[in-house]
Write a protein that binds this ligand. Sequence first.
Ligand code: ATP
Ligand code: MG
Length: 560
Amino acid sequence: MDEIAEKSDFIRDIIREDLGKSKNTKKIYTRFPPEPNGYLHIGHAKAICLNFGIAEEFNGKCNLRFDDTNPTKEELEYVQSIKKDIKWLGFDWGQQEYYASDYFEKLFEFALILIKKGKAYVCDLSADEIRSYRGTLTSPGIQSPYRGRSIEENLLLFGQMRDGLFADGERVLRAKIDMSSPNLNMRDPIMYRILRSSHHRTGDKWCIYPTYDWAHGQSDSIENITYSICTLEFEDHRPLYDWFIEALGIHHPRQIEFARLNLTYTVMSKRVLLEMVEKKYVSGWDDPRMPTITGMRRRGYTPQAIRNFCQQIGVSKADSTIDMAFLEHFIREDLNKKTHRVMGVIKPLKVILDNYPAGAQEELDAINNPEDIEAGTRKVPFSKTLYIEQDDFMEDPHPKFYRLSVGREVRLRYAYFIRCTEVVKDKDGKIVEIHCSYDPLTKGGDAPDGRKVKATIHWVSAEHSLPAEVRLYANLFNNINPLKTEEGGNFKDNLNPDSLQTVKGCRLEPSLRGAKPGDTYQFERMGYFCVDPDSQNQETLIFNRTVTLKDDWAKIKTAG
Ligand code: ATP
Ligand code: MG
């Protein structure tokens, strides 16, 4: 599915309507506002495609803004990875790279304005007290005894907070709104806390830090954002953001919420993903099983496929969970068009062609990509000793098994018909090799006498083949919703112990010599595979299986 000319969804409809009202003079400004406290995941890709996509379509601009208000959880490594991943997805923020931390001074001034208007106060309650005074959804909160402080005292204390006169957590600045509001976010939310922690950009300049709720809306306003597009959980924060903006009398972006992306068998919570990395349930943020952009890149997913997926899922107000198979469908669709086909045997079984002359070899023509004739052909060497897939041979075939067994004939892709004559086993009864005869008249894959075979299998020439390791992946979790556990349980109870299977001793056709990390191929019949960075400077190529060839989603679609 290619990108269509005019995209439509409820957000774009709102924008078109606004544009109509303003006689199209309105400039569209969006932003993607990650918190640099982890790597981006496929859910972020949805938000990136949406914000950058809208800016592109409506001839506007999209800022990249790091909402870096929490120095204890944020790092430069995350900033760099976020930039790399957005670029890789194919989006460009140009010069508009911003940081909420660049607005710390401005936000401080805004806070002074609110204090002067009697709309903010310094509160000495402890964090626990603030929590218990806050009330619940069914009961109103209790006003802080410090709520009545004079403007002068608040200005003095807030200045002293900034100057470091108090210990961490000793005081906070709160908005003075409404302790009995049905919306808990409006019950005098915290704007500043005292926190002695070095910030990755401002160093030790500040010992008070704005909360996300205080920083976010004002940052959008400072940047003249017109559409502040965010996920549904911020719907309840909107009245607070509106209140701040109104109280300050500054530019008012329009906030629009959409449903976040959820995918089956995986998690999108950065907190959980971080724990998986830290506790080594995965090899890192770029583990190919992770739903992160960097993991997907390493796995062999393409930016185009991810963008196509994001476009097809669209945006809505209703929470839903998308089938992982749907994402994989787009990966296959894109790789099908782009990748060269090669032959690689994952679990080799040695085949000796008894009637093929010893020491002889020939070069057979193979098509690189039937979907793309311009991709041309290549030569594949053929000789007396080959490897085929163990699974393509059965000593006692069941009725539905049409591939090789003793006495039976199959086609070797791009080569000849072969017939199995004998099985050789070791003393334990394990098959070590099989013997076959080949029919020289069937070169290229057809018999002049018109006889048919029921299967075509892939192979490599033993002496010409290259060694490889492949990593086969299954879902990281066993449960459709990994966060759903028995009482007292945790996501790790749902980890799939078989999500990674490493297969060594694979053999590949020699055209793969020199393949580089990131190169992707279709191994005929076995799936799409991508060279892993671990291959660098190794004798043995290491491949990740990006995805199998079987398209469950296409099947679901026709079935249902
Ligand atoms: P956490 O996992 O800690 O909740 P977050 O999702 O809030 O992290 P941010 O860095 O704040 O992470 O996200 C940046 C932007 O990406 C936000 O605008 C957020 O709404 C959006 N976003 C995050 N997760 C998803 C998701 N699953 N689907 C769509 N958009 C998302
Ligand atoms: Mg967030």
